[in-house]
Design a protein around this ligand. Structure first.
Ligand code: ADP
Ligand code: MG
Length: 712
């Protein structure tokens, strides 16, 4: 690498010319979902009765009938081949955090030995990838390494294209030989089922006949883009996903001129290609905009059924990365690629419908309001009782830089209800509504709620868990994380609270239902009220107040994972059939391991950069300065010499600190001591970042923040 490669990078980026804008061509969305094995395709390739059977399974209305597997597999293959696919893969979500695929060609021999293209019913339903290298947290010993993938018909098969070909992807769950979960999809499916049962039970209390429960989710995805030229010159970005060093630029996000700003043409070209790919896959990308930090952006889809929404978000992250490459960019999904400016999260918008009606929508009739208030109460109780579990579901090395650092949202879980809804709750509790001049108690099952304008409820950006009109928005999820874990927790703990309420309601005589419900909601809300907080979640006062309320504040991953080991929590998940036996223990092991490996890698990468790139540049400058002093003295120079000596000494001082910092980090890495590595790396960073500002700019080996964040 030439020492001027930073300058070369800047020059080649400066030479990029935006493509000419599209001249008016009629936009159409005929291609929407063309790479998905959807209703239209199913009706085209399967007989009507078979299509109906498959579609009702896909809607989650009835279990899959194995007898139709061969016909479905054949139809899928025919369709996939018509779209250029030669291979198929079981697409699954192991605990590595990403997705996994192992491709097989459709190629088989017929009885006469002639090649043919086939997909059998069996190959559709189960697969057996060599799974020995996926994390299992001790669930699978290496001598019994088999893992199985099982088709998930509720998430439609799709086609992934690449240069020269395409692959049919079949969404699957992944479990061990003995049936224990090894993935992120299985628990989602289990938790949806559990919540469905509890919702039906509650609705029966309100006299409703059994209907289909649907959990819906819309994830808002934040990400950064950086030019490839800079990216490849940053070994820390390449290896850890974040910059381990880098001094703050004079201008970063102070002027707030990036948020919702005009999107640069180069970025829009990228976004359009992303949306094109997503729409082809039936992923309803809807919103795009610049985010708060420079070179940070957001993409939000229209919400969908939870299992599908999670699969789609996993695909979206992959497509963001792939398409960025086409544009000479790299998409950074890490929670904190740059220190000192906003990190990236994923807002998890969650709601539940019953027979098509959103239960978190207040509604117009007293009956609908009663259901709404009961759901709301269940969520309040669930989050209060299990805030630690929700926190654990967002724990990761990357997310530690957001939660628990000085950034939104805080590690303390609390619920934001907004002024109007808080007012309703107040009136329900004790008749102390702020709005009413005369104190008046709200009577459930009689009063209709005031209409809550959706916008007015969502002005608090500091709350980790906010009610936003007709859904809850959980904002602690990290940008690179799967949404699976948080929704598994959310579904399970809400199911538990619904059952708690149902059990009480079932005992009420019919004539006393409304008054009994009123008393119950009052009791449960007052017992769990400490979790509601409408103020600023960033402040030191809230930290104190939260401690006074006894709310957990688990700042680091290792602390936040501990609730997974708690017997009470394990019993809860077992009761709902979400994690059984050793499954939760195994996840604790996997996540802890992942955290420790990541921290260790960061420590090692930082050491390499500091020793191999930073130290030589600083010592060379020190030597050059020392020589200058010597020459200056030799020629009898007077002015300037004291300043030169002062600068040599100042640089020498930081050089010693650099040397010490490297030594301390090396020892921490050697000892594999996590908190020591985190601390030593943070200290070393301060020294390196200071040196960045004291060293000849032309010699500095790493692209700087002012370049990476602004030149693209
Ligand atoms: P913002 O939170 O930025 O104000 P919106 O409220 O419009 O944006 O929506 C954010 C996300 O919430 C979108 O993905 C949207 O589809 C999703 N969403 C809206 N309604 C629901 C719902 N009932 N259930 C789940 N997600 C929803
Ligand atoms: Mg939002």
């Amino acid at each position: 690498m030439s020492k001027f490669s930073r300058m070369n990078a800047i020059q080649s980026i400066a030479e990029i010319r935006d493509a000419a804008p599209l001249t008016a061509a009629p936009a159409d969305i005929d291609f929407y979902g063309e790479d998905v094995f959807n209703d239209k395709v199913i009706h085209k390739y399967l007989s009507k009765p078979m299509a109906e059977k498959l579609l009702s399974t896909m809607r989650g209305e009835r279990p899959f009938e194995a007898s139709i597997a061969p016909a479905v597999a054949h139809a899928m293959k025919e369709w996939a081949m018509s779209r250029g696919a030669t291979h198929f893969t079981h697409w699954f979500q192991p605990l590595t955090g990403g997705t996994a695929e192992k491709h097989d060609a459709f190629l088989e021999y017929d009885k006469a030995g002639n090649p043919m293209m086939e997909l059998s019913g069996m190959s559709l339903i189960v697969g057996e990838p060599d799974a020995s290298s996926f994390p299992s947290g001790g669930l699978r010993s290496t001598f019994e390494a088999r893992g199985y993938t099982a088709w998930d018909p509720t998430s439609p098969a799709f086609i992934k294209r690449h240069a020269n070909g395409a692959t049919l992807c079949i969404p699957t769950a992944f479990c061990s030989y003995t049936g224990e979960v090894l993935d992120r999809k299985t628990p989602v499916l289990r938790s949806i089922q559990a919540l469905g049962k509890s919702v039906s039970r509650l609705m029966a209390c309100f006299g409703q006949s059994p209907k289909h429960t649907r959990v819906t989710m819309g994830p808002e995805q934040e990400y950064f883009l950086v030019d490839k030229e800079f990216y490849y010159q940053r070994p820390d970005l390449v290896q850890t996903g974040r910059t381990l060093f880098g001094a703050a630029p004079a201008k970063h996000q102070q002027l707030e001129d990036h948020y919702f700003g005009a999107i640069k043409p180069r970025i829009l070209a990228f976004m359009n290609e992303v949306e094109d790919e997503l729409w082809r896959l039936g992923i309803p990308a809807k919103t795009r905009h610049n985010e708060v930090a420079p070179s940070q952006f957001e993409l939000a889809p229209i919400f969908e059924e939870l299992n599908l929404a999670i699969d789609h978000n996993m695909l979206t992250m992959q497509i963001l990365r792939e398409v960025a490459e086409h544009h000479g960019l790299v998409c950074l999904l890490h929670e904190k690629p740059y220190a000192g400016i906003n990190g990236s999260g994923k807002h998890n918008n969650w709601s539940v419908t019953y027979g098509g009606k959103n239960l978190l929508d207040p509604g117009d009739t007293p009956q609908e309001n009663a259901v709404f208030l009961t759901m709301l109460t269940a969520v309040i109780r669930a989050v209060n009782l299990h805030a630690d579990l929700l926190r654990s579901a967002t724990a990761s090395a990357g997310n530690d830089h957001r939660l628990g650092a000085n950034e939104a949202p805080p590690a303390i879980l609390s619920i934001f209800l907004g002024e109007q809804l808080t007012d309703v709750i107040d009136a329900l509790m004790d008749g102390k509504s702020k709005k009413d001049t005369q104190a008046r108690q709200m009577v459930v099952g009689v009063d209709a709620l005031p209409t809550l304008p959706r916008d007015a409820t969502d002005r608090n950006r500091t709350s980790p868990f906010a009610f936003t009109g007709n859904k809850f928005e959980f904002r602690s999820v990290g940008s690179s994380q799967s949404c699976s874990d948080v929704n598994v927790v959310l579904n399970t703990i809400v199911a538990e609270s619904l059952d708690y309420l149902s059990e009480r309601l079932e005992k009420l005589p019919k004539a006393k239902f409304n008054s009994g419900l009123q008393a119950l909601l009052k009791e449960v809300i007052s017992a769990n009220r400490r979790i509601i907080f409408n103020g600023d979640g960033y402040t030191a006062e809230w930290q104190k107040e939260a401690a006074r309320r006894g709310l957990p504040n688990l700042r680091t991953t290792l602390d936040a994972l501990k609730p997974l080991k708690d017997k009470k929590n394990q019993a809860l998940f077992a009761r709902y059939g979400v994690f059984i036996g050793k499954e939760l223990d195994s996840r604790y092991e996997v996540f802890k391991d992942e955290y420790e490996r990541k921290i260790l890698i960061e420590g090692k990468v930082a050491l390499k950069i500091a020793r191999e790139s930073i130290e030589p540049v600083v010592s060379a400058q020190l030597l050059a300065l020392a020589k200058t002093v010597k020459t200056a003295k030799a020629i009898g120079m007077k002015a300037g010499v004291p300043a030169l000596i002062k600068n040599v000494n100042r640089l020498g001082e930081y050089y010693s600190q650099l040397d010490e910092g490297i030594e301390v980090l090396a020892q921490a890495v050697e000892a594999s001591e996590m908190s020591a590595i985190v601390e030593a790396l943070a200290k070393l960073r301060v020294v390196v970042d200071t040196l960045e500002c004291l060293t000849d700019d032309a010699q500095w080996p790493l692209p700087k923040y002012r370049e990476m964040l602004f030149i693209y």
